[in-house]
Design a protein around this ligand. Structure first.
Ligand SMILES: [Zn+2]
Length: 409
């Protein structure tokens, strides 16, 4: 949806910096687990946040689905497992090395997954806080999530946050994603939100150029954590599993479906573990079936089967509903929630477009089109390498080596 006349600043940055042409999201391609992946440089198996929703022990031998976007998720994860993330974030690694400031208009879960244990500063409408959890004066630095708020936040980022000189400054805007969930992809409303986000990027580019002119060595990374596809069908997974005799009741806890937009996770309590293969067979037999991942294959998709996660699945790629829109996808929902609106944007699966986030690295000597595969786990090591910090213990790689290797080839 970029490069169509609505993103002049993005296009200009891509032309002068390094553009990663084969960049991928996590699976599931949903923001709360992507935020943890970007913050840690690790995939979900290592950082411990499997999706936008996760199933946690219900205290009675089964599982209950929890929303990773809600502010309560941090206490819920600590109560269940004694931690939020299993590995350090950039904010933790940079504490005492210049620090981190995050401005975010995303959900509380997505925002605070950047730094759940309060090593740096996060400004967010659900409560801004600094190192050790002390509350911060956040006048003008939070957003209720409108496009206008994103624009105001970008301006505050340039005028108030960047001059503070933190080692890492993060501006996380919820549009165009938030718009795309509510409009037809490719529609004028969608393209207007792309243009608004592009103008925000333009402000940051200008601010970074001014910092460089003043002698600072700045690496500017601009990108998205996932793409979108159009919802062309929806499926109630609880109802399907129950009708097939694979789930005791729509709301039973022994087989727990955790929706991820256009993909889904199924958690099995110990007494239901033998249902993994029958449920996988049922998923594969559906006319909408795409990838179904079970057992040891979870590792190939960056996940582990610990804490009851037994199956990950998504639908097959479908045709787009209009020539202006990217490809279509099936969206999945629980019995007690509304299906996603047909025709609007959604993400979570392995579809071509939802797995095509964008990434530009401008600075650090990186330039040109990089055709080598990259993904969102590479962002943290690239930033830490630029800052001269160790990049040990991460799944991703510093992209500086990838770009210079490609340039020499
Ligand atoms: Zn979204």
């Amino acid at each position: 949806m970029l490069g169509r006349g609505h993103s002049p600043r993005f296009d200009g940055l891509a032309a002068r910096g390094a553009f990663f042409a084969n960049h991928r999201s996590a699976f599931p391609s949903v923001t709360r687990c992507c935020s943890a992946t970007i913050a840690t440089g690790c995939r979900p198996a290592r950082h411990g946040i499997a999706g936008n929703t996760v199933a946690l022990p219900d205290g009675a031998g089964g599982f209950v689905v929890r929303n990773v976007g809600a502010p309560e998720i941090f206490d819920q994860l600590r109560a269940a497992y004694g931690r939020v993330l299993k590995v350090p974030t950039m904010a933790q690694r940079l504490a005492g090395h210049g620090g981190t400031v995050v401005l975010s208009s995303a959900s509380p879960g997505a925002a605070f997954m950047q730094d759940p244990d309060a090593h740096g500063e996060i400004y967010h409408r659900s409560g801004s806080r600094g190192p050790g959890g002390r509350s911060l004066d956040d006048a003008g630095l939070t957003s209720e999530g409108t496009i206008e708020d994103d624009t105001r936040l970008a301006r505050a980022f340039c005028e108030e946050i960047l001059p503070r000189g933190a080692a890492l400054s993060v501006l996380w805007l919820s549009h165009p994603d938030k718009t795309m969930h509510k409009v037809l992809l490719g529609s004028p409303d969608h393209m207007a939100s792309v243009a608004a986000a592009d103008a925000c990027l333009g402000m940051v580019i200008d601010a970074v150029d001014a910092m460089r002119a003043a002698g600072e060595d700045v690496l500017l990374m601009a990108g998205s954590d996932h793409g979108h596809q159009s919802v062309v069908a929806t499926v109630d997974i609880d109802a399907g599993l129950h009708a097939a005799g694979l789930k005791d009741d729509l709301a039973s806890s022994e087989v727990c479906f955790a929706p991820q937009g256009t993909s889904g996770h199924i958690y099995l309590a110990p007494q239901a573990r033998e249902r993994a293969e029958p449920i996988a067979a049922w998923l594969r037999a559906q006319d909408w079936a795409g990838e179904v991942v079970v057992g040891e294959r979870l590792a190939a998709f960056g996940h582990s089967g610990e804490h009851g996660l037994a199956i990950m699945f998504c639908g097959k790629e479908l045709e787009a509903p209009s020539p202006d829109a990217p490809g279509g996808a099936v969206a999945f929902h629980r019995h007690d929630e509304a299906p996603a609106p047909i025709g609007f944007g959604q993400h979570g699966g392995l579809g071509t477009h939802e797995q095509a986030p964008v990434l530009i690295a401008d600075g650090g000597g990186m330039r040109g089109v990089c055709e080598a595969a990259s993904d969102i786990a590479d962002i943290a090591p690239t930033i830490l390498a630029h800052l001269g910090q160790p990049v040990d213990g991460m799944d991703g790689r510093a992209l500086q080596t990838l770009v210079s290797a490609a340039a020499m080839a």
